[in-house]
Design a protein around this ligand. Structure first.
Ligand SMILES: Nc1ncnc2c1ncn2[C@@H]1O[C@H](COP(=O)(O)OP(=O)(O)O)[C@@H](O)[C@H]1O
Ligand SMILES: [Mg+2]
Length: 277
């Protein structure tokens, strides 16, 4: 059973402690939702699990499938079956999408994939995520719209077939059809119960469709609350203000929060946060 165990995780970025003791366990086949006001550490947690070099583990451990990740390289984490769809996918000038896809697939195989099999796989999966294949010959994400970048991330996930998907606002910038597609892609990959996922989103619509079993609210670098789907419904209706009162914690930390998608529903949260700033 491939299980992710995050224990007492403290992570700093540029000498500022962002995560302050995260505990989280994701068993095989489970979907967890990660929510919380902007700037409180959701992306930091996902990036730290994947091994982004700017996110320094100061204390605690990340263990996946029995292997300690703390000092493991990003490519070995990927080979262990973990995939991160980034909130802000990077542009890489000079590397075509096509070469990138082939490179990532081959990095996960003993022998290189044959050209015919690769093209067939790429065509099929591109179609399923509504990714325009013409974009495959362009440089990675260069000049792509927000939605195209998200579809590209999803396409990479389908090509790599990870065991644990970390999805950071994969649905932002997508229209209603795009949202449907994201939800059905995740659901179909979950079908065999082998995929686990940690999903960050501001859109309750996505959660309605993929139905996470566990929901965690991150506030000021800690999991302030965990619960089942009803927690998501409560936040959707009431925002995060009640958590502030109930747990006597401050939500106004997010002064440096970077731009993020304002969702259809959980956006009430963002407004609450802005009002209190
Ligand atoms: N690369 C970085 N450089 C500087 N500060 C960062 C960086 N990444 C995150 N932070 C800071 O860490 C905090 C948490 O950010 P983030 O994890 O992106 O929040 P969320 O995803 O919950 O909106 C914010 O204050 C943000 O400005
Ligand atoms: Mg984020």
């Amino acid at each position: 059973m491939a299980k992710l165990e995050v224990k007492n995780l403290h992570v700093s970025v540029e000498d500022t402690m962002i995560l302050k003791g995260i505990n989280l366990t994701i068993n095989e086949g489970e979907i967890h939702a990660l929510i919380g006001p902007n700037g409180h550490g959701k992306s930091t947690l996902l990036l730290a699990i994947m091994g982004h070099p700017s996110y320094k583990i100061e204390e605690g451990t990340i263990i996946y499938d029995g292997v300690e990740f703390n000092d493991l390289s990003v490519d070995n984490r990927s080979k262990a079956g973990v995939f991160l769809a980034m909130q802000n996918p990077l542009e890489i000038n000079g590397v075509t999408n096509m070469d990138f896809f082939k490179g990532i697939i081959n990095a996960h195989r003993e022998t290189p994939i044959g050209l015919y099999e690769f093209i067939k796989d790429l065509e099929k999966n591109s179609k399923e995520v509504g990714f325009n294949l013409d974009l495959a010959s362009r440089y990675l994400n260069e000049g792509f719209s927000g939605g195209e970048r998200k579809r590209n991330e999803l396409l990479q996930m389908k090509l790599l077939k990870p065991k644990l998907a970390l999805l950071d606002e994969i649905d932002s910038g997508l229209d209603v059809d795009g949202l449907e597609m994201v939800a059905s892609t995740i659901s179909s990959m979950m079908d065999d119960k082998k995929l686990s996922a940690l999903i960050v989103s501001h859109y309750v619509k996505l959660y309605e469709q993929v139905k996470p079993t566990f929901v965690h609210v991150i506030i000021d670098g800690k999991v302030a609350l965990s619960g089942d789907y009803s927690l998501l419904e409560k936040v959707n209706k009431q925002g995060y203000g009640w958590i502030e009162k109930e747990l006597a914690i401050k939500l106004t930390k997010a002064k440096q929060s970077r731009p993020s998608s304002a969702g259809l529903c959980l956006n009430k949260v963002i407004k609450d946060e802005e009002n209190s700033n």
